[in-house]
Design a protein around this ligand. Structure first.
Ligand code: F6R
Length: 258
């Protein structure tokens, strides 16, 4: 696990965008997994800049998103469809036929989840998956207690997550209580994971993810099981770490004066 601690949110965003751009340049028809939320907004800003100024080409990519609220139309301003198009896809030359985002209005959500898994398999699998992390350690909408082998499915959001996401809605009552999410097992099949976090509000979840045991109550800790993980966090998100993480090795940073 490679962990990079950078100065701030912008440095995190540039670093993650650079990793995505490297992946696209190495393999123009790569399959990229995207995330929503506040964390990747800066990454998308830099990817748009790289497309505009440096010709970063999205035209051959296949894109899969992690999750979507159940009950929101793609046009709803808080849907993850809307988020992705507004924050990235409308501003780059992605092929809309190659963009896959879970459909929160699917008639048969369970069937849709099976279809989504099949589309990921048919694409050859995700080459690089961007990930944020919830303050409670959730990964996509895999909340504490989610099986580490879980697949794309319908899931309930915890009250913590509903409260955290209420900032985007008029009130917490308006936040959907269920969502479709890629499972942890699905995410772990991506060839490379890039986990990002910014700010002290993520510090405990990052400490538990990087330094705690792998357990269902801390879904993001499942990344410890993956062989190719890049963690990019800023100083705030790293502020509770007890070990110095470098070159895939964690060494104690506690100094004993005696
Ligand atoms: C969204 C997702 C979520 C977020 C997490 C953090 O697609 O997968 O797990 O990454 O809720 O959200 P922010 O970035 O808003 O703090």
């Amino acid at each position: 696990m490679l962990t990079e601690i950078v100065e701030d949110y912008d440095a995190m965003s540039i670093r993650a965008a650079t990793l995505v751009a490297q992946q696209i340049n190495e393999k123009p028809d790569a399959v990229i997994g995207f995330a929503t939320g506040s964390t990747p907004v800066g990454v998308y800003h830099h990817l748009i800049r790289m497309h505009r100024d440096e010709g970063l080409d999205f035209s051959k990519l296949t894109c899969f998103n992690l999750d979507e609220y159940i009950g929101l139309t793609p046009q709803h301003t808080q849907s993850y469809h809307h988020f992705m198009w507004q924050n990235l896809f409308l501003h780059v030359n992605v092929d809309p036929r190659s963009v896959f985002i879970p459909m929160g209005m699917a008639n048969d959500p369970e069937k849709f989840c099976d279809w989504y898994e099949q589309q990921i398999q048919a694409s050859g699998g995700v080459d690089l998956q961007l990930l944020g992390i919830g303050g409670n350690g959730h990964l996509a909408f895999n909340e504490p207690g989610a099986s580490l082998g879980s697949r794309t499915r319908v899931t309930a959001l915890t009250q913590d997550t509903i409260d955290a996401n209420a900032r985007f809605f008029e009130s917490s009552q308006e936040v959907p209580a269920t969502a479709i999410t890629m499972g942890i097992g699905t995410i772990l099949e991506s060839k490379c994971l890039v986990l990002m976090a910014s700010g002290e509000k993520k510090a405990q979840a990052i400490k538990a993810t990087l330094e705690g045991p792998v357990m269902v109550m801390m879904p993001a800790s499942a990344i410890q099981l993956h062989a190719n993980v890049h963690v990019i966090i800023d100083k705030g998100a790293a502020s509770a770490l007890e070990y110095d993480h470098h070159d895939g090795i964690a060494e104690s940073i506690r100094t004993d004066a005696s």
